[in-house]
Design a protein around this ligand. Sequence first.
Ligand code: BF8
Ligand code: SF4
Length: 623
Amino acid sequence: EFYEQASIDPTVLPLLEKADREGVETAWHRYLKQQPQCGFGLLGVCCRNCNMGPCRIDPFGYGPDKGICGADADTIVARNLMRALAAGAAAHSDHARDIVEVFRGIVDGWAKDYKIADEQKLLGIARALGVKTDGKSIMEVAKEVVEIAEMEFGKPDNSPLRFLNAYAPERRKELWRKLGITPRAIDREVTEIMHRTHMGVDADPLNLIAQGLRAALADGWSGSMMATLFSDVMFGTPKPIKVWANLGVLREDSVNVMVHGHNPLLSMQIAEVAKDPEMVELAKSVGAEGINVVGMCCTGNEVLMRLGIPIAGNFLQQELAIITGALEAVIVDYQCIMPALVDVASCYHTKIITTEPKTKIPGAIHIEFDKANARESAKKILKVAVENFKNRVKERVFIPKEKMEAVVGFSVEAILSALGGSLEPLADALKSGKIKGIAGVVGCTNPKVRHDSSHVAITKELIANDILVVGTGCWAIAMSKHGFFKPEAAEMAGPGLREVCKALGIPPALHMGSCVDCSRMLIALAALADHLGVDISDLPAAGSAPEWYSEKAVSIGSYFVASGLLVHLGTIPQVLGSKRVVELLTKDAESLVGGKFFVETDPVKAARVMIEHIREKRRKLGW
Ligand code: BF8
Ligand code: SF4
């Protein structure tokens, strides 16, 4: 019955049973084997930051209360959390760096298979950055913008990050300046965390966390934001589009190729070349009807929103997709790729293809994706998948039938256009109480939680209470699969929200994109706050990561808190070994930045806390 408890998604149980019959392990199996997980690790009181250690603090107070250097639980827990945050911010921002690099390639002419797809978006960015656009060609504008973007990573001076300066509300910027947490350069803030957490540097939990917030702000308001903005410029700003979601999107008659990871640079090319007549011919020559590209995780969200490429599932389904026996290849870039894919694939015909010099997995095929020859390079990678079709073992194929229709693609621009071009209708609906508030729900899936169950439960509760839910990442994939993105889902909403959704023809929960697209929420929050003449922390809004696992989520949660939001965490962060750190994150943060964390593993209780918080904010606004 452990399998039955694993997920609420109907595709999971039959595939776990198939895995068992075929002697294959998944994250759920390995999770069981890890039990009981290390208590020191769970509490965050194990330190391996130097070679006098490892040291660990006895949480019960009988054993050591200090490491060999004298660091206590508060210092150790804070340092560990900040290192996790730094890794998350680095991941998002390095993804942005790769995008900016190719954008530079468009300007310089070497990235011939990429283009400026959305000129309006680029001009908007230029204006926000204070770049003059009059009388300039679009390439001249692009050149000036990319120069600013490149400097965000390693700008040598102490001035605020230019994208943060352009997009964050004045009151927020003023507050961050007063607190000394205005980020200066992305790489610098991440590096400073690594420095401060070295033995013998920063031992003060508050000071450490302040630097963490600074790095998180650099991620949210610059790194992730640039990833989103330049992806839109190069591949188009998402608009509402009808799509299919869940493992039922795999096809028995076609070559199935799954793009998995995060960056659209590769997945967009794969999706495009799969339509190339030469490739379709090749697929026919091996006996397939065609090539069926499907997505997984956030790069899946990128091609889902822009091209309508079906999405096979979220994080915990990556191994299951292989276990169907129907997948010719998984083509990956980086992040959230389980190394176990190679082990699972070894039991089937599936090929795991890594494409980035920074992501290699022993046992996978590595074909470096050449961005200067993107189209040809994508073809070369895709050919390996197509030629593998003949190795598929028909008798071992089981494709679950479940798939769900969804409307996705709610960029800020798309939301504005659904509202008729201005924020006024949303502001009115909020003031009148038809919509009580806005919740951003994001993040992963995690075997510690029944897969998808907290995402579904929290969203249900929020929309039933007239709270408009927006979100990204694996939450958004979960919602796609469970029917929350059908316009008919308005029926699940409370009366006020239902009326608004029906009038606008939108679902009560909106897919805003991949995890870097959490930056879209920042832009929306900033615009709404400016429109109402208040700070973000005054808005009837809250955030949640009900099933998070990733270090990136630590950074996302932290930039939302630093931007003034209450943020719910549905899995317990590894901080409970320090009362001081817990207090800083869940209490003191509020008096400093206007936002704070709360931890609640019960999604319905969590939703109630968020609803209460929103009610309180409304009361303060006199609504
Ligand atoms: O960046 S939600 S499991 S796929 S980390 Fe990973 Fe989490 Fe999914 Fe996207 Ni985000
Ligand atoms: Fe131990 Fe201090 Fe070294 Fe950490 S930094 S391992 S607590 S001696």
